[in-house]
Design a binder for this molecule. Structure first.
Ligand code: SAM
Length: 284
């Protein structure tokens, strides 16, 4: 007999208890379907010794499932009402696991310290800040080895896009600096309350070493931003402002072994790192 997870009636009752009206600005769409939670937790491939970082636990739908699968859960929630409610909810539904949960009232875009080093990120992310949250956490917490996030379906496609594909862009390249990302499924709208207007997608990731380069992450990300700010232009033209002139841009591109008439959307993160490195060396 699997442990009980929240259904629609539970979520509505919990929301009524704290008188919460879900807001769009905080991306508050709560999962009301236990099977969806089981699917997310299974797709996350968690080991029983893991510490999971959950962003935006909300009313606790996913938190319950994570507590059944991992050793600890550290939950970071920006909404004070929800953060205050969660420990009591878990104490009621999983009293034996309540001590394995830490709830932090914080903004996931700003959080710098956690009470335990997380090994995995599993979250149903607030949609408007999903990409910056993922990048920020991968940067701040090197202990994160893997994870699974639920985001808008089109954002899931972008995060997992390979070079040269239609949806490849800044999120794809920056995510690839930290990890390899792969789409792990689509989730319909009716498993949420309130129901969002668009489908959600699951993205699984595994950390990998960034490309070997003498350029800093900031330098590499600056080239990526410049290349995609004018993605229809050739790299020589798109990177002219970043390099100082079209000639300097062409020099950096040639030194990096990249065709100056190519477009940024065909380059992988290692190529962007070579361009940043070539420009930094020429400037020295
Ligand atoms: N995990 C819950 C579930 O699956 O039912 C709720 C997911 S809901 C899509 C997103 C949650 O993230 C909300 O609880 C919202 O208050 C919270 N949130 C929004 N922005 C945040 C931020 N910057 N940092 C931390 N939590 C945030």
């Amino acid at each position: 007999q699997p442990a009980p997870l929240f259904g629609a009636a539970d979520i509505r009752r919990l929301a009524a208890e704290v008188d919460i009206r879900p807001t769009k600005t905080l991306g508050q769409n709560f999962v009301i379907d236990g099977n969806t939670i089981r699917r997310i937790v299974a797709a996350a491939n968690l080991g029983t010794d893991e510490t999971v970082l959950e962003v935006g636990p909300g009313l606790g739908s996913l938190t319950l499932g994570l507590l059944d699968a991992a050793e600890r859960v550290v939950a970071v929630e920006i909404d004070p009402v929800l953060a205050a409610k969660l420990p009591g909810t878990i104490a009621q539904w999983r009293p034996e696991r309540a001590a394995a949960l830490d709830v932090l009232l914080e903004d996931a875009l700003r959080v710098t310290e956690l009470p335990h080093q997380p090994t995995s990120l599993v979250a149903n992310l607030p949609y408007n800040v999903a990409v910056p949250v993922v990048l920020n956490l991968l940067e701040r917490f090197p202990s994160l080895r893997h994870g699974l996030v639920m985001v808008q379906d089109e954002v899931a496609d972008r995060l997992a896009a390979p070079p040269g594909s239609k949806t490849y862009g800044v999120p794809s390249v920056k995510a690839a600096w930290y990890s390899s990302m792969a789409k792990a499924g689509v989730i319909g709208m009716n498993v949420f309350w309130p129901a969002p207007k668009i489908a959600s997608g699951l993205v699984r990731f595994t950390r990998r070493e960034p490309p070997a380069t003498t350029a800093t992450r900031e330098q590499v990300f600056a080239v990526i931003d410049a290349a995609f700010a004018q993605r229809r232009k050739t790299l020589r033209a798109a990177l002219a402002g970043w390099a100082g002139s079209p000639v300097l841009a062409e020099q950096a591109l040639r030194a990096a072994g990249v065709d100056p008439t190519a477009r940024g959307e065909v380059l992988d993160v290692a190529a962007f790192a070579r361009i940043a490195e070539a420009r930094a060396e020429a400037a020295d």
